[in-house]
Design a protein around this ligand. Structure first.
Ligand code: ATP
Ligand code: MG
Length: 355
Protein backbone atom coordinates (compact mmCIF):
# COMPACT_ATOMS: atom_id res chain seq x y z
CA UNK A 1 0.00 0.00 0.00
CA UNK A 2 1.29 3.43 -0.88
CA UNK A 3 0.81 5.90 1.95
CA UNK A 4 -0.01 9.35 0.61
CA UNK A 5 1.85 12.03 2.48
CA UNK A 6 -0.63 14.41 4.07
CA UNK A 7 -0.57 18.03 2.93
CA UNK A 8 0.97 20.32 5.48
CA UNK A 9 -0.56 23.41 7.04
CA UNK A 10 1.36 26.01 8.95
CA UNK A 11 0.14 29.12 10.72
CA UNK A 12 1.26 31.20 13.64
CA UNK A 13 0.29 33.97 15.98
CA UNK A 14 2.36 36.55 17.79
CA UNK A 15 2.24 36.13 21.59
CA UNK A 16 1.71 39.86 22.13
CA UNK A 17 -1.64 39.46 23.87
CA UNK A 18 -4.68 37.22 24.01
CA UNK A 19 -6.34 36.12 20.80
CA UNK A 20 -9.56 37.81 19.77
CA UNK A 21 -12.60 37.12 17.61
CA UNK A 22 -10.77 38.59 14.59
CA UNK A 23 -8.17 35.84 14.87
CA UNK A 24 -10.97 33.36 15.29
CA UNK A 25 -12.99 34.11 12.16
CA UNK A 26 -9.94 35.14 10.11
CA UNK A 27 -7.87 32.06 10.75
CA UNK A 28 -8.53 29.91 13.84
CA UNK A 29 -11.97 28.72 12.78
CA UNK A 30 -10.53 27.45 9.49
CA UNK A 31 -7.65 25.78 11.34
CA UNK A 32 -10.13 23.94 13.55
CA UNK A 33 -12.07 22.76 10.48
CA UNK A 34 -8.91 21.61 8.73
CA UNK A 35 -7.76 19.84 11.89
CA UNK A 36 -11.07 18.03 12.25
CA UNK A 37 -11.14 16.94 8.61
CA UNK A 38 -8.22 14.63 9.46
CA UNK A 39 -6.79 15.21 5.98
CA UNK A 40 -3.82 17.38 6.90
CA UNK A 41 -0.79 17.53 9.11
CA UNK A 42 -1.16 20.84 10.91
CA UNK A 43 1.49 22.89 12.69
CA UNK A 44 0.66 25.95 14.75
CA UNK A 45 3.51 28.19 15.76
CA UNK A 46 3.68 30.62 18.64
CA UNK A 47 5.68 33.33 16.89
CA UNK A 48 7.71 34.72 19.77
CA UNK A 49 10.60 35.80 17.52
CA UNK A 50 8.28 37.74 15.27
CA UNK A 51 6.75 39.31 18.38
CA UNK A 52 10.23 40.47 19.41
CA UNK A 53 10.66 42.43 16.17
CA UNK A 54 8.54 45.25 17.55
CA UNK A 55 8.82 44.44 21.26
CA UNK A 56 12.58 44.12 21.64
CA UNK A 57 12.52 46.12 24.86
CA UNK A 58 9.68 44.15 26.40
CA UNK A 59 10.49 40.42 26.25
CA UNK A 60 8.56 39.86 29.47
CA UNK A 61 5.32 40.67 27.65
CA UNK A 62 6.10 37.89 25.17
CA UNK A 63 6.96 35.39 27.94
CA UNK A 64 3.71 36.21 29.70
CA UNK A 65 1.64 35.56 26.60
CA UNK A 66 3.03 32.25 25.37
CA UNK A 67 0.82 29.95 27.42
CA UNK A 68 -2.02 32.44 27.17
CA UNK A 69 -2.01 32.04 23.39
CA UNK A 70 -1.77 28.26 23.81
CA UNK A 71 -4.86 28.37 26.05
CA UNK A 72 -6.63 30.51 23.43
CA UNK A 73 -5.87 27.83 20.83
CA UNK A 74 -7.46 25.20 23.01
CA UNK A 75 -10.40 27.48 23.68
CA UNK A 76 -10.90 27.92 19.94
CA UNK A 77 -11.06 24.15 19.44
CA UNK A 78 -7.55 23.16 18.42
CA UNK A 79 -6.60 19.89 20.10
CA UNK A 80 -3.34 18.65 21.51
CA UNK A 81 -3.46 15.24 19.83
CA UNK A 82 -4.59 16.54 16.44
CA UNK A 83 -2.42 19.62 15.88
CA UNK A 84 1.27 20.26 16.63
CA UNK A 85 2.07 23.36 18.66
CA UNK A 86 5.59 24.75 18.81
CA UNK A 87 7.68 27.74 19.79
CA UNK A 88 9.43 29.61 16.99
CA UNK A 89 12.51 30.69 18.98
CA UNK A 90 13.45 27.09 19.82
CA UNK A 91 13.68 25.91 16.20
CA UNK A 92 17.09 26.99 14.81
CA UNK A 93 16.31 26.26 11.13
CA UNK A 94 13.77 29.08 11.30
CA UNK A 95 16.49 31.63 11.92
CA UNK A 96 19.11 30.12 9.66
CA UNK A 97 16.90 30.01 6.57
CA UNK A 98 16.24 33.78 6.58
CA UNK A 99 20.00 34.29 6.20
CA UNK A 100 19.87 32.56 2.81
CA UNK A 101 16.51 34.00 1.78
CA UNK A 102 17.46 37.60 2.54
CA UNK A 103 19.94 37.53 -0.35
CA UNK A 104 17.04 36.99 -2.71
CA UNK A 105 14.92 39.96 -1.60
CA UNK A 106 15.49 43.65 -2.27
CA UNK A 107 15.04 46.42 0.23
CA UNK A 108 12.52 48.19 -1.99
CA UNK A 109 10.32 45.08 -2.16
CA UNK A 110 10.15 45.01 1.62
CA UNK A 111 9.46 48.73 1.80
CA UNK A 112 6.61 48.39 -0.70
CA UNK A 113 4.85 45.63 1.25
CA UNK A 114 1.46 47.24 2.05
CA UNK A 115 0.97 45.41 5.35
CA UNK A 116 4.44 46.38 6.56
CA UNK A 117 3.86 49.98 5.46
CA UNK A 118 0.64 50.12 7.41
CA UNK A 119 2.15 48.49 10.49
CA UNK A 120 5.10 50.89 10.44
CA UNK A 121 2.66 53.79 10.50
CA UNK A 122 0.60 52.19 13.29
CA UNK A 123 3.69 51.68 15.43
CA UNK A 124 5.07 55.15 14.76
CA UNK A 125 8.35 53.67 13.45
CA UNK A 126 8.49 56.03 10.45
CA UNK A 127 12.18 56.89 10.09
CA UNK A 128 13.52 54.44 12.66
CA UNK A 129 12.34 51.04 11.53
CA UNK A 130 14.06 48.11 13.26
CA UNK A 131 15.71 45.97 10.57
CA UNK A 132 14.21 42.88 12.18
CA UNK A 133 10.73 44.35 11.80
CA UNK A 134 11.16 45.34 8.16
CA UNK A 135 12.46 41.87 7.34
CA UNK A 136 9.90 39.81 9.23
CA UNK A 137 8.23 38.76 5.94
CA UNK A 138 11.49 36.92 5.16
CA UNK A 139 11.42 35.19 8.50
CA UNK A 140 7.79 34.30 7.92
CA UNK A 141 8.76 32.74 4.59
CA UNK A 142 11.24 30.60 6.50
CA UNK A 143 8.52 29.50 8.93
CA UNK A 144 6.25 28.38 6.11
CA UNK A 145 8.81 26.83 3.76
CA UNK A 146 10.74 25.01 6.48
CA UNK A 147 7.68 22.78 6.86
CA UNK A 148 6.99 22.68 3.12
CA UNK A 149 3.51 23.91 3.95
CA UNK A 150 1.22 24.37 0.99
CA UNK A 151 -1.73 25.91 2.81
CA UNK A 152 -1.72 28.88 5.16
CA UNK A 153 -5.14 29.82 6.60
CA UNK A 154 -4.92 33.55 7.29
CA UNK A 155 -6.78 36.85 7.30
CA UNK A 156 -6.50 39.32 4.45
CA UNK A 157 -3.67 41.36 6.03
CA UNK A 158 -1.41 38.36 5.44
CA UNK A 159 -1.82 38.23 1.64
CA UNK A 160 1.28 40.36 0.93
CA UNK A 161 3.28 38.06 3.23
CA UNK A 162 2.22 34.95 1.34
CA UNK A 163 2.95 36.70 -1.95
CA UNK A 164 6.43 37.54 -0.65
CA UNK A 165 6.91 33.91 0.35
CA UNK A 166 5.90 32.74 -3.14
CA UNK A 167 8.41 35.13 -4.70
CA UNK A 168 11.21 33.91 -2.46
CA UNK A 169 10.38 30.28 -3.25
CA UNK A 170 10.44 31.06 -6.95
CA UNK A 171 13.75 32.93 -6.65
CA UNK A 172 15.31 30.16 -4.56
CA UNK A 173 14.22 27.29 -6.77
CA UNK A 174 15.25 29.06 -9.96
CA UNK A 175 18.58 30.32 -8.61
CA UNK A 176 19.72 27.01 -7.15
CA UNK A 177 18.16 24.83 -9.83
CA UNK A 178 16.22 22.51 -7.62
CA UNK A 179 12.58 22.12 -6.61
CA UNK A 180 13.53 22.25 -2.96
CA UNK A 181 10.91 24.65 -1.65
CA UNK A 182 7.12 24.52 -1.96
CA UNK A 183 5.07 27.56 -2.99
CA UNK A 184 2.50 28.27 -0.29
CA UNK A 185 -1.04 29.42 -0.83
CA UNK A 186 -3.19 31.61 1.41
CA UNK A 187 -6.48 30.13 2.51
CA UNK A 188 -8.83 33.03 3.22
CA UNK A 189 -12.21 32.71 4.91
CA UNK A 190 -15.09 32.54 2.41
CA UNK A 191 -17.13 35.22 4.12
CA UNK A 192 -15.92 38.69 3.08
CA UNK A 193 -16.46 40.17 6.56
CA UNK A 194 -14.27 37.52 8.16
CA UNK A 195 -11.23 38.32 6.04
CA UNK A 196 -10.72 41.41 8.15
CA UNK A 197 -12.91 41.89 11.20
CA UNK A 198 -13.31 45.53 12.17
CA UNK A 199 -12.73 46.71 15.73
CA UNK A 200 -15.57 47.45 18.17
CA UNK A 201 -14.65 51.12 17.60
CA UNK A 202 -15.31 50.74 13.87
CA UNK A 203 -11.56 50.86 13.07
CA UNK A 204 -10.67 48.93 9.92
CA UNK A 205 -9.02 46.07 11.82
CA UNK A 206 -9.56 44.52 15.20
CA UNK A 207 -6.03 44.28 16.53
CA UNK A 208 -4.35 43.54 19.84
CA UNK A 209 -2.27 46.65 19.30
CA UNK A 210 -5.31 48.92 18.83
CA UNK A 211 -7.19 47.99 21.98
CA UNK A 212 -10.48 47.49 20.13
CA UNK A 213 -10.92 43.75 20.62
CA UNK A 214 -13.37 41.23 21.94
CA UNK A 215 -11.13 38.50 23.31
CA UNK A 216 -11.90 34.79 23.20
CA UNK A 217 -11.53 34.73 27.00
CA UNK A 218 -13.78 37.76 27.53
CA UNK A 219 -15.99 37.24 30.59
CA UNK A 220 -19.79 37.42 30.11
CA UNK A 221 -20.16 40.83 31.73
CA UNK A 222 -17.43 42.65 29.84
CA UNK A 223 -18.55 40.91 26.64
CA UNK A 224 -22.03 42.38 27.07
CA UNK A 225 -20.61 45.81 27.91
CA UNK A 226 -18.36 45.81 24.86
CA UNK A 227 -21.15 44.79 22.52
CA UNK A 228 -23.53 47.41 23.94
CA UNK A 229 -20.86 50.10 23.48
CA UNK A 230 -20.25 49.19 19.86
CA UNK A 231 -20.14 51.62 17.00
CA UNK A 232 -23.13 51.38 14.60
CA UNK A 233 -24.55 53.54 11.79
CA UNK A 234 -24.04 57.13 13.02
CA UNK A 235 -27.05 58.33 10.99
CA UNK A 236 -29.44 55.88 12.59
CA UNK A 237 -30.51 58.22 15.35
CA UNK A 238 -34.19 57.50 15.98
CA UNK A 239 -35.66 54.00 15.83
CA UNK A 240 -37.85 54.99 12.84
CA UNK A 241 -34.82 56.15 10.80
CA UNK A 242 -33.69 53.85 8.00
CA UNK A 243 -30.32 52.33 8.91
CA UNK A 244 -27.23 51.15 7.04
CA UNK A 245 -26.17 47.55 7.58
CA UNK A 246 -23.15 47.78 5.31
CA UNK A 247 -19.96 48.76 7.15
CA UNK A 248 -21.94 48.66 10.36
CA UNK A 249 -19.79 46.70 12.86
CA UNK A 250 -22.80 45.20 14.66
CA UNK A 251 -24.12 43.70 11.43
CA UNK A 252 -20.62 42.71 10.33
CA UNK A 253 -20.16 40.67 13.51
CA UNK A 254 -23.58 39.11 12.98
CA UNK A 255 -22.48 38.12 9.48
CA UNK A 256 -19.42 36.46 10.94
CA UNK A 257 -21.13 34.58 13.77
CA UNK A 258 -24.88 34.25 13.50
CA UNK A 259 -26.68 31.07 12.47
CA UNK A 260 -30.40 30.58 11.83
CA UNK A 261 -30.44 28.58 15.05
CA UNK A 262 -29.48 31.73 16.96
CA UNK A 263 -32.61 33.39 15.57
CA UNK A 264 -34.75 30.50 16.76
CA UNK A 265 -33.17 30.67 20.19
CA UNK A 266 -32.90 34.42 20.82
CA UNK A 267 -34.95 36.36 18.26
CA UNK A 268 -37.69 34.11 16.86
CA UNK A 269 -39.63 37.00 15.29
CA UNK A 270 -37.04 36.94 12.48
CA UNK A 271 -36.07 33.87 10.48
CA UNK A 272 -32.59 34.92 9.46
CA UNK A 273 -30.11 37.75 9.04
CA UNK A 274 -31.64 38.85 5.74
CA UNK A 275 -34.96 39.58 7.45
CA UNK A 276 -33.29 41.45 10.30
CA UNK A 277 -31.22 43.53 7.89
CA UNK A 278 -34.26 44.40 5.78
CA UNK A 279 -36.09 45.71 8.85
CA UNK A 280 -33.10 47.80 9.96
CA UNK A 281 -32.74 49.25 6.47
CA UNK A 282 -36.36 50.33 6.17
CA UNK A 283 -36.42 51.77 9.71
CA UNK A 284 -38.26 50.83 12.89
CA UNK A 285 -35.58 48.57 14.40
CA UNK A 286 -33.48 50.02 17.22
CA UNK A 287 -29.76 49.52 17.75
CA UNK A 288 -30.27 48.33 21.31
CA UNK A 289 -32.39 45.40 20.19
CA UNK A 290 -29.83 44.35 17.57
CA UNK A 291 -26.97 44.74 20.03
CA UNK A 292 -28.75 42.64 22.66
CA UNK A 293 -29.20 39.94 20.06
CA UNK A 294 -25.53 40.15 19.06
CA UNK A 295 -24.52 39.94 22.73
CA UNK A 296 -26.49 36.68 23.01
CA UNK A 297 -24.94 35.30 19.84
CA UNK A 298 -21.45 36.15 21.05
CA UNK A 299 -22.08 34.69 24.50
CA UNK A 300 -23.34 31.50 22.86
CA UNK A 301 -20.13 31.36 20.80
CA UNK A 302 -17.67 32.18 23.57
CA UNK A 303 -19.21 30.14 26.41
CA UNK A 304 -17.95 26.75 25.14
CA UNK A 305 -14.55 28.36 24.54
CA UNK A 306 -14.35 29.47 28.16
CA UNK A 307 -15.20 25.92 29.24
CA UNK A 308 -12.47 24.34 27.12
CA UNK A 309 -10.00 26.91 28.37
CA UNK A 310 -10.93 26.28 32.02
CA UNK A 311 -10.02 22.59 31.68
CA UNK A 312 -6.39 23.47 30.99
CA UNK A 313 -5.95 26.74 32.83
CA UNK A 314 -4.28 25.17 35.87
CA UNK A 315 -2.30 22.62 33.83
CA UNK A 316 0.48 24.91 32.70
CA UNK A 317 3.22 22.33 33.29
CA UNK A 318 1.41 19.89 31.05
CA UNK A 319 1.02 22.52 28.31
CA UNK A 320 4.70 23.32 28.52
CA UNK A 321 5.53 19.60 28.14
CA UNK A 322 3.41 19.41 24.99
CA UNK A 323 5.06 22.52 23.61
CA UNK A 324 8.48 21.01 24.27
CA UNK A 325 7.56 17.69 22.67
CA UNK A 326 6.09 19.22 19.53
CA UNK A 327 8.95 21.71 19.25
CA UNK A 328 11.38 18.77 19.13
CA UNK A 329 9.35 17.29 16.29
CA UNK A 330 9.31 20.66 14.49
CA UNK A 331 13.11 20.76 14.81
CA UNK A 332 13.46 17.38 13.11
CA UNK A 333 11.21 18.33 10.19
CA UNK A 334 12.76 21.74 9.62
CA UNK A 335 16.32 20.42 9.85
CA UNK A 336 15.57 18.15 6.91
CA UNK A 337 14.52 21.15 4.80
CA UNK A 338 17.51 23.11 6.06
CA UNK A 339 19.86 20.35 4.87
CA UNK A 340 18.24 20.33 1.45
CA UNK A 341 18.56 24.11 1.24
CA UNK A 342 22.22 24.02 2.24
CA UNK A 343 23.03 21.33 -0.29
CA UNK A 344 21.10 23.14 -3.04
CA UNK A 345 23.31 26.18 -2.45
CA UNK A 346 26.36 23.93 -2.18
CA UNK A 347 27.19 24.59 1.46
CA UNK A 348 27.57 20.89 2.28
CA UNK A 349 31.39 21.07 1.98
CA UNK A 350 32.12 18.48 4.63
CA UNK A 351 29.69 15.84 3.43
CA UNK A 352 29.66 15.89 -0.37
CA UNK A 353 33.39 15.01 -0.67
CA UNK A 354 33.86 17.38 -3.58
CA UNK A 355 36.12 20.11 -2.23
P1 ATP B 1 -0.61 42.43 16.46
O1 ATP B 1 -1.40 43.67 16.70
O2 ATP B 1 0.34 42.06 17.57
O3 ATP B 1 0.00 42.37 15.08
P2 ATP B 1 -2.83 40.97 15.50
O4 ATP B 1 -4.09 41.13 16.26
O5 ATP B 1 -2.66 41.67 14.19
O6 ATP B 1 -1.67 41.28 16.49
P3 ATP B 1 -1.48 38.59 14.53
O7 ATP B 1 -0.87 37.67 15.53
O8 ATP B 1 -0.61 39.54 13.77
O9 ATP B 1 -2.62 39.42 15.26
O10 ATP B 1 -2.35 37.76 13.46
C1 ATP B 1 -2.58 36.35 13.55
C2 ATP B 1 -3.57 35.86 12.52
O11 ATP B 1 -4.87 36.39 12.73
C3 ATP B 1 -3.22 36.25 11.07
O12 ATP B 1 -3.54 35.17 10.24
C4 ATP B 1 -4.13 37.42 10.77
O13 ATP B 1 -4.45 37.51 9.38
C5 ATP B 1 -5.36 37.05 11.56
N1 ATP B 1 -6.06 38.28 12.01
C6 ATP B 1 -5.61 39.19 12.89
N2 ATP B 1 -6.50 40.19 13.04
C7 ATP B 1 -7.55 39.89 12.24
C8 ATP B 1 -8.81 40.52 11.95
N3 ATP B 1 -9.14 41.67 12.54
N4 ATP B 1 -9.66 39.94 11.07
C9 ATP B 1 -9.33 38.77 10.46
N5 ATP B 1 -8.17 38.12 10.69
C10 ATP B 1 -7.29 38.66 11.56
MG1 MG C 1 -0.58 41.53 13.11
Amino acid sequence: MILMKKEIILTGDRPTGNLHIGHYVGSLRTRVELQNSGKYEQFVMIADLQALTDNANNPQKIRDNILEVFLDYIAAGLEIDKTRFFLQSQVPALFELPMYFSNLVTLSTLQRNPTIKNEIKMRGFNKSIPVGFLTYPISQTADITAFKARLVPVGEDQLPMIEQAREIVHAFNSTYGKEVLVKPQALLPQNQTCKRIVGIDGNAKMSKSLNNCIYLKEDPESLRKKVMSMFTDPNHIRIEDPGQTENNPVFMYLEAFVTDLHFEKFLPEYKNLEELKAHYQRGGLGDVKVKKFLANVMEDTLAPMRERRAKFEDKKDYLLEILKRDTEYAKEITNKTLNEVRSAIGLNYFTDNKL
